[in-house]
Design a binder for this molecule. Sequence first.
Ligand SMILES: Cc1cc2nc3c(=O)[nH]c(=O)nc-3n(C[C@H](O)[C@H](O)[C@H](O)COP(=O)(O)OP(=O)(O)OC[C@H]3O[C@@H](n4cnc5c(N)ncnc54)[C@H](O)[C@@H]3O)c2cc1C
Length: 439
Amino acid sequence: MPTPLRHVAVVGAGPSGIFAAAELVKRPDLHVDVFDRLPTPFGLVRYGVAPDHITIKRVAAALTRTLTHPRVRFVGNVTVGTDVTLDRLRGAYDRVLVATGAPHARELGIPGEDLPGVYSAADLVSWYNGHPLGGIGFTTDTDSVAVVGAGNVSLDVARVLLKGGAGLAETDVPDPVLAALDRRPVRDVHIIVRRSVADVKFSPPELAEFERIDDLDLVVDPEQLSLGPDALARYGSDRTVAARVDTFRSWAARPHTGAGRRLHVHFLRSPVEVLGTGSVEALLLQVTAVGPAGRVATSRSETLPVGAVVRSVGYRAAPLPGLPFDADQGLVPHAEGYVGDRTHVVGWVKRGPSGVIGTNKACAIDSVRVLLAALDADPARIDGAERTALLAELAEVEVTWPGWIAIDDAEQARGAASGRVRTKITDVAEMVAIARSSC
Ligand SMILES: Cc1cc2nc3c(=O)[nH]c(=O)nc-3n(C[C@H](O)[C@H](O)[C@H](O)COP(=O)(O)OP(=O)(O)OC[C@H]3O[C@@H](n4cnc5c(N)ncnc54)[C@H](O)[C@@H]3O)c2cc1C
């Protein structure tokens, strides 16, 4: 007689949830239902990774192999916490694995942050990626923008703003976004970095992309590239640190060509206030210096005239009713991924917003190892009738895998009509209608 299946609910169809599902179904006695609040799978691969990073977005093909596994079911358009409670899932599944990511932007915590013209990178990224549940679009009438933050998301935002609609025309950026980006092209983007050039998290390949953008000058003040003793030691011992520092040194040495667009990178500058009456007019920066024992504040400040400010200083998870939440760290507290009450976490909701897509695979292997050990030590079987009843109730809202395929086909067909990879549908009701008409 075949071993009866045990069932795991994964909440979130982003990379970490899908990597975890792939690990789980390596065991022949497990079945996995992957819930997502959106009718579409892939999380930030679809709605975070920049639209011009087409090769990275192709990881969706590998993730598809898991979601079409015979013992995996995609349950789209179901928000856990609203359409179904976490407690109900706990009553219907042997284990619950939460993989809801970290969708909210951290704040700068400085005066003027609420002025019109201050955007969060999370909102802008959602907007240019066509996220159906939000993302305040870039509407400010300005050609000069400051982006605060020293990670790759800052580089994505800067690149998208500088490329503009014309530079992104072949991607899947929604048409209204392309039009908005071209209404008043951004000419100057200032990336503001609080720390020294040795402390940034920019990855060298993402920096190199700016060297391939036409009609763009790269502006760095060589005086801002000084290294303290600790940074010098890291420059000598860490190849990535050396590659970043060398990139910025080469940018500082480049002659300016009088190009139509400029990327300025400012180091050792801390934003202290967004200035403006009614909307953003400038960003006030406190100048710091590199001393023998690290960064030290100086009495100098600078006023950078810009019409918009984008804060890109990290993401935080959203609390989920029924799960503990560490508001300071912006994630769910856990022990090796275990939260308690047969519930586990994986991915950004577990670790916070760090690492690349592949980092979530190692994270999934760790969480699943602990989950499986707990499952094997817990012979109690959940009543299958409860799960069947739950899925029957959810059928009213659920977008199934064939439903997603219908949405995907429709997007690609619309894109092909205008020579693009796809045109994203940004309205949930429209997506659901397409999914339903296919079934
Ligand atoms: C702007 C940006 C650009 C990036 N670019 C790159 C890149 O170029 N290369 C790279 O390797 N990495 C990149 N990353 C990192 C990568 O996207 C993350 O490592 C990865 O997506 C994290 O996976 P996750 O599954 O934990 O979270 P997510 O990808 O955010 O997935 C979480 C999923 O949970 C769902 N969800 C949330 N709440 C609920 C709920 N209550 N009920 C049901 N479902 C829910 C969401 O809809 C989503 O599908 C980028 C990240 C960002 C923010």
